[in-house]
Every structure is written in structure tokens, then in C-alpha cells.
Design a protein around this ligand. Structure first.
Ligand code: ADP
Ligand code: MG
Length: 250
């Protein structure tokens, strides 16, 4: 059974004056351990789709299930990482990473150790007592990712997580995040408008149509390289970039 199963989902936003059809008849399944990228035109319904997977928004028709059970926001199965890292500037990195666990009454010796060990493992051990402003954009994203992973979500959703990171360091940050996700054996769904980013990171790329979003094409990216940076250096990279780019724009 697939970890995530979306079947014939529609989402229609109802407002007083109008209806917006954001997602139409979308069917998609994601296996455990897969890294999926969703790409599609701006405004097509990508964030809406992630909100539905997170259980924050119910589909108007159709179903969304994780491990065969319909999603609900409170299940703790889904971790959500946004464009802005949302770290609290007045709290230390350690306190930021543990805060969510504490608020949700899930902070105990084991969860604390798990989170702090990840800070050590992924190069932030020396920055536990530092404040977010003392960290680079890339380190902040790493801290935000560890904060999300501290809950041990089955599925990780990333909505354009690198668009606020400056261009010079974005590729290294992609490498860091990809390596943490693979090391922790997480299943991930990444939304991005950056096709090179999608090709460098994903096992599968799902191209969505303009609104209402539905699946246009799915590509299995068969570039044999261990990291996003190495993928970018691979001769197959430009082939896939070109194919995905054409599918998004034509
Ligand atoms: N809460 C909402 N109420 C009404 N319409 C919305 C709401 N959120 C998003 N939309 C509309 O749904 C469409 C898809 O939005 P969104 O999922 O944010 O697109 P994307 O993330 O692909 O840019 C857009 O036309 C947007 O204006
Ligand atoms: Mg969006």
C-alpha cells in the first residue's frame, strides 16, 4: 500500500460572491521513502493541495489517506515546512527546536534526545545556544527542518522552502535538506516553481496543469547521482530539465 493515496480529489473554495475551483479530479499516490516534486504554474493550486494532504482543508469530493486512513490535521502524521522558517528570533535554536514538542505536550527525554541529536548530527550542535539571527539562511532552514522532524512525521511537506534563501547558497541548502531527508528515511512532497531544483532533488516529478490543478504528466527521474549538486553535474540533467520545462510551459 502506498503511504499517501489521493483519489479523485476536487477542491472548490466557496466565498460569499464566488466559487474558485482549485483542484480537479486529482489522483496521486506516493510510496514510503519517495521524494516527489510538484511543479506547475503559479496560482494553479499547489499550496491548496498541500493543505489538503496536511488535513487542513478537506477535499470537496474524493479522498486523501495516509496508510489507508483518511487524513486529519491532528494525527501528527504530516510535517509541514514553509517558505519562511518561522523561527522565533528571541528564542535560542535549542528552544525553537523543542518548542513545538513542548506546546503539543510531546516533550520527554526521548523526543528531546532525538531532536538534540539531530542538531549535532547536522552541524548545528555548536549553535544550540545561539539565536536565529546569528545563523545563515541555510542553517536556519536546517534548524526549521529539524524542528519539523522532531515530531517524527510519516510524511514531510515542503512548500517552496528555498525561495527565501539567497541565490548563492540555495544549492548547498538543497543538498543539506535532501541529505537530511534521505538520512532520516523520510517521505517528502516538495512544491517548487524552480524546475532545476525539482530535477536535482526528486525521484518523481508531478507536473500539474494550470488551475484547476490536476496531474498533467509524471516523470521518473533516472539520474544516477547521490546528491542534488552531483545531479546537476550529470549529463542527464539538462535532458530532464528540458523535458519538464516543456511540459510545464507548453
Ligand atoms: N482561502 C482561499 N479562498 C479562496 N480562494 C483561494 C484560497 N486560497 C487560495 N485560493 C485560490 O485558489 C487558487 C490556487 O491557489 P494556491 O493553491 O495558493 O496556488 P499555488 O500555490 O499553486 O500558487 C488561486 O486562484 C487562489 O487565488
Ligand atoms: Mg503556493
Amino acid at each position: 500500500m502506498a503511504l499517501l493515496e489521493i483519489s479523485h480529489a476536487d477542491i472548490i473554495y466557496q466565498t460569499e460572491k464566488s466559487e474558485t475551483e482549485a483542484v480537479r479530479d486529482l489522483t496521486l499516490s506516493v510510496d514510503e521513502g519517495e521524494f516527489i516534486a510538484l511543479v506547475g504554474p503559479s496560482g494553479c493550486g499547489k499550496t491548496t493541495l498541500l493543505s489538503m494532504i496536511a488535513g487542513l482543508l478537506a477535499p470537496t469530493n474524493g479522498t486523501v489517506a495516509i496508510d489507508g486512513t483518511p487524513v486529519v490535521a491532528s494525527s501528527g502524521n504530516v510535517g509541514y515546512m514553509l517558505q519562511r522558517d518561522n523561527l522565533f528570533e528571541w528564542r535560542t535554536i535549542e528552544s525553537n527546536v523543542l518548542l513545538g514538542l513542548s506546546v503539543q505536550k510531546k516533550l520527554n527525554d526521548e523526543s528531546r534526545k532525538y531532536a538534540l541529536d539531530m542538531l549535532d548530527k547536522y552541524g548545528l550542535g555548536e549553535f544550540k545556544a545561539a539565536y536565529p539571527t546569528q545563523l545563515s539562511g541555510g542553517m536556519r532552514q536546517r534548524a526549521a527542518l529539524i524542528r519539523t522532524l522532531a515530531f517524527k512525521p510519516r510524511l514531510l511537506l515542503l512548500d517552496e522552502p528555498f525561495s527565501a534563501v539567497d541565490f548563492q547558497t540555495r544549492m548547498t541548502v538543497c543538498d543539506d535538506v535532501h541529505s537530511i531527508i534521505k538520512h532520516e528515511k523520510k517521505t517528502a512532497v516538495l512544491v517548487t516553481h524552480d524546475i532545476a531544483e525539482a530535477v536535482s532533488m526528486a525521484d518523481r516529478i508531478v507536473v500539474l496543469t494550470a488551475r484547476p490543478a490536476t496531474v498533467k504528466t509524471v516523470f521518473d527521474i533516472d539520474i544516477d547521482a547521490p546528491t542534488p549538486l552531483k545531479r546537476r553535474e550529470n549529463p542527464r540533467f539538462s535532458y530532464w530539465f528540458d523535458r519538464v520545462w516543456k511540459e510545464v510551459t507548453l
